[in-house]
Structure formats: C-alpha cells, structure tokens
Design a protein around this ligand. Structure first.
Ligand code: GDD
Length: 319
C-alpha cells in the first residue's frame, strides 16, 4: 500500500521536529519545508525542500512536486515576546505565509487536508468566570503575535467556507520540552539554571513577569493532538489543545530551581515585561477529548526535568 504523504512546513522548528519523528513512526512519508539549509536535517529520511513561505513561485514548485495528502502548517514566528519588537515580520510570516500556502493549494486544485496552528493567545484577557476557556469564546487578541494568529484563523475559515477546502484548526496553548529555543519562558529559565550549574553564569537568574498563569503541555503530547485533529476531527472547527489547568510562571521557576542543587537568587528584569500580558488563561479541552479521545499524558514535572537535562547537555556542548 502507498504510504500517506505529509508535508510539514517549519519542520526544523521546535514542534516540527517532534511532529516529524511522530509521523515517521506512524509510517507516513514525511516531506519537510524549511527556510534554509543552515541547520541539520531533522531526520535523514525526510524529503527536505527549502522555500520562503511567502513566495508564490517557490511554494508552487514545492507543492507541485510533493502533492501532499496532509499539510501541517507549522512555519511561523511563534514568540509573543519577539512579536512586540517585530510586529511587521510576525504579521508577514504568520498571515501572508498562510495566505500564500492556502492560495497555492487552491490554485493547484490539491485536495490536501491542511492543519493551521492557532494560539490560546488569540482569546486575550478573559473573565475568571469564563475559565477554562472554550472555543465558543470570541477572540480578543492583544499583542502582535496573537493578532497575526487570529487573522490566520479568519483567513483559514474564509478558505474553508468559500472554497470548501479541507482546513483543520488547532488552537494551541503553551507547550514546551527539550529543544525549544530561548525566548520562551521554560528554556529561558532552564538554560540559565544549567549555565549557573556549569559555572558560566553568576548564581542569579533573570526573569520577567512571574505572576502570569499559563496552560502548559508537553510538546510530545501536542504533536499527537495535531495528528488526531487531522485524522479524527472535523474541518472548519477549532480545537483547543492544552492541559486544562493554569500554572503560575512563579511555579515553573520554583520547580526548576528545586531540580537544581545550586542556591540561585532571582532577579526580576522589568525589561522582560511586555506592554500587555494576559494574567491568566487555561483551556477547556473537552471538545478535543470528546471528538478524538485525545488527552495529555506527560506530567509538567517530567517535562521540566527533561528540558533542564537538555539544557545541561547544550551548555556542555557550548551552546
Ligand atoms: N519568554 C519569557 N522569558 N517569558 C517570561 C519570562 C522570561 O524570562 N519571565 C516571565 N515570563 C512570562 C511572560 O511574560 C508570559 O506571561 C509567560 O511567562 C509565558 O511566556 P512565553 O513562554 O514567552 O509564552 P507565551 O505565553 O507568551 O506564548 C506561548 O504560548 C502561546 C499559546 O498560549 C508561545 O508558545 C506561543 O507560540 C503560543 O501560541
């Protein structure tokens, strides 16, 4: 039997790498789209292509050749922090990139199923009575990143309704694990703890806003949710992907510090504060569970342990 062929855009990113291994284990033929050849291929058996997600010509070439059964669209500028510094770039990659991808699929008349990755940040600040937040809640994005993801959702819905394209929607809350780059809270903290342990940083950890509360999952659970949405979910329907509970950033920090034998001081760096930071948000994941049976399995404690261990090795390698 012919293997099903999937294309993962942003395959070299944090989540793309995990999704690629996950789908290969499930015996899919995995094609990958990356921006450039600078970093190593995620897995040697991936059929890699390089293109600018915003270039109609380049994406047409890749899709003509690949003709994927499924496209997992992970290519994005995914840092909320960076989006405050680079709003135009964030909007370009996340919105124009998605429009270009959908428009190319449409013009080539491919019947690929396409998964778009939205964000829990699209909801913006919510009243405590509305928590856990479900998919019925109207988004109210309040930073450049969440705005770009909300626009992406609207565009995806428009393509779904106007052309009947097979578009699926994950609305992902925070996810982390080994391999996530600095710029997100867990790697920002874990990399500093590892550097302090290695004697490369004075025993003071720099942190931003510790009072925010977020819904954290392990990336290894999240890629399974993405697969289940495409295989068992309904197109044109948004599915929250999260853990269903909120964790204060202070608790993340405390747990990481407990995993280290070093005595570490905490320094609040107000430069890391954002103009607006949603105080608390967590997902209702009932819809995804009811329709696909998905639920997260990995405990946050294990995710943090594995991530700290990853950073200890990275720091040893001089990274
Ligand atoms: N990055 C970072 N670094 N955040 C910090 C730090 C720090 O040193 N200290 C405190 N924070 C706080 C931020 O202010 C925010 O309230 C929280 O930690 C989480 O920040 P991030 O890890 O940068 O994630 P995010 O919640 O802004 O966005 C993530 O989750 C979204 C879904 O909810 C990203 O993964 C997005 O791509 C994703 O869509």
């Amino acid at each position: 039997m012919m293997k099903s062929r999937v294309l993962i855009t942003g395959i070299k990113g944090f989540t793309g790498n995990y999704l690629s291994s996950y789908l290969q284990e499930k015996d899919y033929e995995v094609w990958g789209l990356g921006r450039n050849e600078l970093s190593a291929l995620p897995h040697s058996s991936v059929c890699m292509h390089y293109a600018d997600i915003c270039s109609p010509e380049e994406i047409t070439k890749v899709l003509e050749e690949c003709q994927p059964d499924v496209i997992y669209h992970l290519a994005a500028q995914s840092s909320v922090g960076l989006s405050w510094e680079k709003p135009a770039l964030t909007m370009k990659v996340n919105l124009e990139g998605t429009i270009n991808l959908l428009e190319t699929v449409r013009k080539l008349q491919l019947s690929s199923r396409i998964l778009l990755i939205g964000s829990g940040e699209e909801y913006g600040p919510v009243e405590s009575l509305e928590l856990p937040i479900n998919e019925e809640k109207s988004p109210n994005p309040q930073n450049p990143y969440s705005l770009s993801k909300y626009f992406q959702t609207l565009v995806g819905m428009q393509y779904f309704h106007s052309y009947g394209m097979n578009i699926f929607f994950a609305r992902a809350f925070n996810h982390t694990g080994p391999g996530q780059t600095r710029g997100f809270v867990v790697p920002d903290f874990a990399s500093q703890v590892a550097a302090i342990e290695a004697g490369l940083q004075e025993a003071v950890i720099n942190v931003g806003n510790l009072s925010a509360q977020r819904d954290f999952s392990d990336v290894r659970d999240v890629v399974q949710a993405y697969w289940q949405i495409v295989e068992q979910g309904k197109p044109g329907t948004i599915y929250n992907v999260g853990s269903g509970r909120a964790i204060p950033i202070q608790t993340i920090l405390d747990q990481l510090l407990l995993l280290s034998s070093k005595s570490i001081k905490i320094e609040i760096d107000t430069k890391k504060f954002r103009p607006v930071d949603v105080p608390i948000i967590y997902a209702s994941i009932s819809k995804l569970y009811e329709e696909t049976g998905w639920q997260p399995y990995i405990e946050l404690q294990d995710t943090l342990k594995d991530t700290l261990e990853y950073w200890r090795n990275e720091i040893k390698r001089g990274l």
